[in-house]
Design a binder for this molecule. Structure first.
Ligand code: SAM
Length: 272
């Protein structure tokens, strides 16, 4: 683990050619640990198997419920309309999908796309999903090879998930491929608070309280140690904007939530 002063690394530790470096070195990060590139997906699967049943509760406790506000704000940026077809990549327990489903109505459709069956099941049968259970579709698959044809969706989104995808840029490329021309993309992800004092407090909270609560409430200290580590390795907002533009998204912009603990990136697929 880096020193407490350098938890967030520098632009040199967070090279923006993530996939290229991982493929060249055949080594991927599992939090601050490193391991074989081709074993990371299995590692992530095991990780989410261990937290699936407690995932929503832990999110609510660890964020003091604020994640619901972030998700509502994030969905608002997509400007969804009745009838839209929406893909929720790394959709997990489906909070974003449930909100999207309300926006697109009975004539629209939302697909939760996730690699982990335990996460899908935890979301499918939860109370907040009771109205929409049969109106959201669930597809199990890897975000690096999205099992839908080109130009299929009006909007695609990923919430707190792309960090876990071994080849993040490949995930974003796939999201762009399945978007219709003129379609919208939204990525909601954790990031670095902009106020340095708040950032220090957040670091303390992340590396002491979070793992402790993980151990006590979800029975896994490791999963909730990995979480803050992976956040600190993720590109900062401007770095991610550059990556998204290089992949081909247009009109990329971002906004901070709660002093930057979370950030929403939005972009579009070029209209024809
Ligand atoms: N989007 C949900 C939310 O906002 O609460 C769930 C986020 S959860 C932190 C991350 C999800 O990404 C997990 O459900 C995990 O199974 C999924 N995931 C990780 N790697 C994936 C991959 N390569 N392809 C598809 N899903 C993946």
């Amino acid at each position: 683990m880096p020193s407490i002063k350098n938890l967030w690394g520098s632009e040199h530790d967070r090279p923006d050619r993530y996939d290229e470096r991982i493929r060249r070195e055949t080594i991927a990060n599992y939090g601050y640990q490193k391991g074989p590139e081709d074993e990371k997906t299995q590692w992530v699967l095991r990780h989410f198997n261990s937290v699936a049943r407690q995932y929503d509760l832990m999110n609510t406790l660890l964020s003091f419920g604020i994640h619901y506000l972030w998700k509502r704000t994030a969905i608002g940026t997509l400007g969804l309309e009745p009838g839209d077809l929406v893909l929720d990549v790394c959709g997990g327990t489906g909070d974003l999908a449930i909100l999207a489903k309300r926006a697109v109505g009975a004539s629209g459709e939302v697909v939760v796309y996730d690699i982990n069956r335990a996460m899908i099941d935890a979301g499918r049968f939860k109370k907040t999903n009771a109205d929409d259970r049969n109106r959201i579709r669930y597809v199990q698959g890897n975000a690096e090879q999205i099992a839908f044809p080109d130009e299929h969706f009006d909007a695609v989104m990923v919430g707190f998930g792309i960090r876990n995808v071994t080849h993040m840029e490949q995930g974003f490329r796939e999201m762009l491929r399945v978007l219709k021309p003129g379609g919208r993309m939204m990525c909601l992800e954790f990031s670095k608070p902009s106020n340095p004092v708040f950032c220090r407090l957040y670091d303390f909270y992340s590396f002491t309280i979070m793992p402790l609560l993980g151990q006590l409430l979800a029975g896994t200290r490791q999963a909730y140690t990995h979480l803050p580590e992976s956040i600190r390795l993720f590109p900062l907002p401007d770095e991610l904007k550059t990556i998204l533009e290089r992949i081909g998204y247009t009109q990329v912009s971002w906004r901070r939530l709660t002093n930057g603990i979370a950030v929403i990136h939005t972009g579009k697929k070029q209209d024809r």
